[in-house]
Design a protein. Structure first.
Length: 395
């Protein structure tokens, strides 16, 4: 029997479906029996609970629910009261659930070994592979965090509190629970550590690294492959990995392999029903309408300067219905010409995203504002992943 654990707080009721997609990916790829331990609070709706049970039963697996609102009510009340300072710094959407994994050893006293997974993971391999890995001396195994180690985005590392080469991502953890339980009051001690050092970027992850990182066994990347990192490195092919969609890296896009992978499993869950599809269609329509209104307001009464590839000139001219006085330049010609923007002119760029980011930085340094003087025209051609993530979340 393989034991898997998730921790979720879902005030709006639209996040649990991601856990459903993750669970489905496990069941689709794993032959052994799996028990899911679902850590939650009062925000778990009746409908979401029912659909979790429906999904598990359809695969002949089992699920156990743990109401942390009831089990640890006093401790969480004290935690909040003692850490009011942190609330204004936490990223939007961060909930009490970030603390749940720090006390799950007490909630699961009869479980000897568990795989903890963030809700935004897709397990595109037999999870028995991870289950069979060894843990470190302290009973923990995790994957190094590429974004932290190569992107240098950790304040804890910057302050010299922890070595960058050992920093791991806590979205996928293999845990020997007997050893994990020996870390007494980990949540409370961790909160004090964060307060003392003013750390708010990755609260639970920083705690686990600081208190348990030294003896943690570092696992191969395939057990926690960050989708954002793969896309940044322009790796397009998916493989037998656990993919972590941290930062809501979801989109309604069947061309991108990472988005398609998520959709492949999500569409097999009870959440992908007629109500969801109806809401999805309505939300896409509203987003598209909002985009076109924004574009219409941007160009109202203005002459457009379009910057794009020479090979795309005829296509863009027809699509945008450019008028006689409106201009088209290649990026090379635009750079040579320099910026001479008249009061009634706006620029629309149809260039590669990396080129756009460079141009944007240079223009803003000159006091020229995105959305006022220039626009990224590619959002008219391709779906916006961040907007799609919002649409999926709210449907």
């Amino acid at each position: 029997m393989i034991h898997v654990c998730y921790a979720v707080s879902d005030k709006k009721g639209n996040y649990t479906k991601y856990v459903g997609a993750s669970m489905c990916s496990i069941f689709e790829n794993t032959k052994e029996w799996v028990t899911v331990h679902f850590l939650h609070d009062y925000t778990l709706s009746t409908d979401n609970r029912r659909m979790l049970m429906q999904l598990v039963r359809s695969y002949g697996q089992q699920i156990v629910f743990y109401d942390f609102e009831r089990l640890f009510k006093k401790r969480f009340e004290e935690l909040e009261a003692n850490n009011e300072w942190m609330k204004s710094y936490l990223k939007p959407g961060v909930s009490l659930a970030i603390w749940y994994r720090l006390v799950m050893g007490e909630a699961l006293p009869n479980v000897n070994r568990v795989i903890y997974l963030d809700a935004d993971t897709i397990v595109n391999l037999d999870i028995a592979e991870l289950w069979g890995e060894k843990t470190g001396q302290n009973g923990l195994a995790a994957v190094p965090d590429k974004v932290i180690q190569e992107g240098h985005f950790s304040r804890m590392v910057e302050k010299g509190l922890y070595p960058e080469e050992r920093y791991f991502n806590s979205g996928v953890l293999l845990i020997d629970m007997e050893k994990f339980r020996q870390e007494d009051q980990l949540m409370e001690r961790g909160a004090e550590f964060l307060k003392k050092n003013e750390l708010v970027d990755y609260p639970d992850q920083d705690i686990l690294n600081y208190f348990m990182g030294k003896d943690c066994r570092l696992l191969p990347d395939k057990y926690n492959t960050l989708v954002s990192w793969e896309m940044a490195q322009k790796r397009e092919n998916v493989g037998e990995c656990i993919y972590h969609y941290a930062g809501q890296r979801y989109a309604i896009d069947a061309v991108n392999n990472y988005h398609r992978l998520f959709l492949t499993y999500f569409t097999k869950t009870p959440w992908c029903n007629a109500d969801f599809l109806g809401n999805l269609a309505r939300n896409i329509h509203q987003a598209n309408r909002s985009l076109m209104l924004t574009y219409a307001n941007f160009i109202a009464g203005m002459h457009r300067i379009v910057i794009g590839e020479e090979s795309e000139k005829d296509k863009l001219t027809k699509m945008l219905m450019l008028k006689e006085k409106e201009k088209f330049y290649t990026l090379k010609d635009f750079n040579k010409k320099g910026l001479r923007l008249e009061p009634n002119e706006v620029i629309i760029f149809f260039i590669k995203q990396e080129d756009y980011e460079k141009v944007k930085k240079n223009l803003e340094a000159c006091g020229v504002m995105e959305g006022v003087h220039f626009w990224n025209g590619n959002i008219l051609l391709y779906r916006d992943g961040s907007q799609d993530a919002k649409i999926l979340r709210e449907s």
